[in-house]
Design a protein around this ligand. Sequence first.
Ligand SMILES: [Zn+2]
Length: 146
Amino acid sequence: MASNLSLAGSGGNPGIFECPNCRQTIDVTSSQCRFCSTAVDPEAAAMAAEKMAKINRGCSDASFLRTAAISIFAFIGIMFIPFMGLLGLVGYYFLLLAVPFLAIRWWIRFHNIQTDDTDFRRARITVIVISGLILLPWIWTIVSHV
Ligand SMILES: [Zn+2]
């Protein structure tokens, strides 16, 4: 068993934040920025670090949501493979329920984050697009069963 795998570097580290002066990523425990020597207010640093961790989580949750949304199309494809139809159907309907659930959860968690972080803005656009697109298979499902 590979027990030496470290998950520490996988984003969402609450110990780092962006220097308010030079925007370099610095350690929350340092008393001054190691790039521009600006003094670090520990309370503000802790809040900034928490916000940054939340932004990172928002980005990774959005990319998970995107993977789930793309998988819907994969399951539609699987439906047409002989003997795999049921698997495709189950996966398709599962994701049809899971993706809106994940999208709503994302909005609840991250809607009030104010940031000009490019990755987060891109993540938000991804979630907006998916929230809109997920309505299409629902409309299709309803129409095809009426
Ligand atoms: Zn700095």
